[in-house]
Write a protein that binds this ligand. Structure first.
Ligand code: ZN
Ligand code: ZN
Length: 215
């Protein structure tokens, strides 16, 4: 009797992956396109319209998250799925197709290919364990980026931080009033907005929103 390469439990079917882990891996592979799409809103920070405004300072604006940019690029989620599919095809003696189309179409094609090969992977592929672990790690890291924190715990959304750094760039991070807090504190530039500036804060946020809409 051998053991499943993912969960290390004995498997009486003699496969590389047990039935439970095969199913779990299938679900993970299936979820990749949705996870990929779910990354989009996390790509770019808000803000970016430069206006001159005295007073509030802060560090540089929120940078584009390069990790997410990498994951969404051709070498990211889609690339990982394509590399595994190419390995499977090679080991099965099938021709390895050159991926074409946009990143999302390529990801979908690779996912479809992997799912079609899943029975063979589980039963006959010595690399099934590495593959299953990689899919588990990938979906876990994608989910950790996307998984929404309940709004109640994060507080009410106020708008985008209007603080301006010395170069004239607007911070733009999302401001929230956390439950029980007396002041709104920017999670990025740490600017603090006590209640007596909230009226002014709202004016600034509205100005920035308008400027962004016009840009
Ligand atoms: Zn297992
Ligand atoms: Zn800020």
């Amino acid at each position: 009797m051998n053991t499943c390469l993912l969960c290390d439990k004995p498997d009486e079917t003699g496969s590389y992956l047990c039935v439970v882990c095969t199913r779990a891996t299938e679900v993970r592979v299936q979820s990749l396109p949705a996870l990929y799409r779910g990354l989009a809103p996390f790509l770019a920070p808000a803000g970016g319209v430069a206006t001159v405004r005295s007073g509030k300072g802060g560090p540089a604006p929120l940078p584009v998250n390069e990790d997410i940019l990498d994951l969404r690029g051709p070498g990211g989620v889609a690339g990982a799925a394509e590399r595994w599919l190419a390995d499977v095809r090679r080991d099965r003696g099938h021709t390895v197709a050159t991926p074409t189309g946009g990143v999302e179409a390529r990801l979908q094609a690779a996912v479809t290919g992997l799912l079609a090969n899943m029975p063979w992977i589980a039963v006959s592929w010595p690399n099934a364990g590495y593959f299953a672990k990689d899919m588990r790690d990938l979906t876990k890291s994608l989910t950790s980026i996307i998984a929404p924190t309940p709004d109640a715990a994060r507080g009410q959304r106020v708008g985008n931080c209007p603080a301006v750094d010395p170069s004239g760039a607007i911070c733009g991070a999302v401001l929230r009033l956390a439950p029980g807090e007396k002041a709104i504190v920017c999670p990025w530039c740490t600017c603090s907005y006590p209640p007596y500036v909230w009226a002014q804060l709202k004016t600034w946020i509205d100005e920035d929103t308008k400027a962004r809409g016009a840009a």
